[in-house]
Design a protein around this ligand. Structure first.
Ligand code: ADE
Ligand code: ZN
Length: 331
């Protein structure tokens, strides 16, 4: 199974680029940019990465992002993630970035997006990896702030395929961002939102009905509503599930309790993703392996999960066909 997963061509649809900041790069950037970080050494960092819920992670994740200053820093961050894609045979990736995390520290929007974009262009040239960029609004901030950020994004419309919503979920429902998502829809962006990671199914209903999103990020709380499960199945709405993240943030206490196999068996369009791999102990293949070691997933299940990702991605129909054929040839 390990070898089967390793060599299987895969797509990733839920990856926060700031969440791929490995401690080694964090230390070297902190030193170069003369930014203080609250860790003495790598060991210290690993000890700090002991989360109790989403917020306990976010506090540390935003502090880590402070070391990113120059365009080259964002390039290096993205390039390191691309090397992990090569290692894990991820051939297409759709990455999130959180501009407000940086613009609020005085880093220009342009610095962030061009650093990421240049690395992704080089990834295509060097490895043939294709990618899309999705800009997320931080939901703990106001809709006004999101609207200002959205204006900045309009200058980079060709580089940003979609708009997403992340950060502290409970208390910041999708309805808070109805206006800015309406504008994003009018401008033709694809829409996604984190919903039902920790918060109840009303957040998923709002994301679907008020924001009109194309994919739900996480969505694992859907299992608590038969009615919602039926709808997700009927409409085949993609759920970008992140197993390691759910375990590290105690959404589920163990992999054996994770509901991805139940959702798959029910007929939902679920996919596997790494979310914030530098913080959650592993990249794409590690997520698959942890599932396989703890749940009765068959090879057919793995193939279904991987094909769901390609089908649910924001690439052209031709490219989807090409990638699905690649998967079939491998099988
Ligand atoms: N930002 C980075 N990772 C996140 C997650 N898992 N949920 C919400 N916001 C995030
Ligand atoms: Zn996420």
């Amino acid at each position: 199974m390990k070898e089967f997963i390793q060599l299987l061509p895969k797509a990733e649809l839920h990856l926060h680029i700031e969440g791929s900041l490995e401690p080694e790069l964090m230390f070297s950037l902190a030193k170069k940019n003369k930014i203080e970080i609250p860790y003495k050494n790598i060991e210290d960092v690993r000890t700090a990465y002991n989360f109790t819920n989403l917020q306990s992670f976010l506090d540390i994740y935003y502090a880590g992002a402070n070391v990113l200053i120059t365009k080259q820093d964002f390039y290096d961050l993205t390039w390191d993630y691309i090397l992990r894609c090569v290692e894990d045979n991820v051939i297409h990736t759709e990455i999130f970035f959180d501009p407000q995390t940086h613009t609020h520290r005085g880093i220009a929007f342009e610095t962030v997006i061009t650093g990421i974009k240049e690395a992704l262009n080089d990834a295509h040239k060097k490895f043939g990896i294709t990618s899309n960029i999705i800009m997320c609004f931080l939901r703990h901030l106001s809709q006004e702030d999101a609207l200002e950020t959205f204006e900045m994004a309009l200058d980079y419309k060709d580089d940003i395929i979609g708009i997403g919503l992340d950060s502290s979920e409970i208390g910041n429902p999708p309805s808070k961002f109805e206006e800015v998502f309406k504008k994003a829809k009018e401008e033709g962006f694809k829409l996604v939102a984190h919903a039902g990671e920790e918060a109840d199914v009303s957040y998923i209903y709002e994301a679907l009905d008020l924001l009109d999103i194309h994919r739900i990020d996480h969505g694992v709380q859907s299992i608590n509503s038969e009615e919602l499960m039926e709808r997700l199945k009927e409409e085949q709405i993609p759920l970008t599930v992140c197993p390691n993240s759910n375990i590290e943030l105690k959404v589920f206490q163990t992999y054996k309790e994770h509901n991805i196999k139940n959702m798959l068996d029910y007929g939902l369009n679920v996919t596997v993703n790494s979310d914030d791999p530098a913080y959650f102990k592993g990249y794409m293949n590690k997520n698959f392996l942890n599932l396989c070691e703890n749940l009765p997933l068959t090879k057919e299940d793995i193939i279904k999960l991987v094909k769901n990702s390609f089908r649910s991605s924001f690439i052209s129909d031709e490219l989807k066909e090409k990638y699905l054929k690649k998967v079939d040839e491998y099988i």
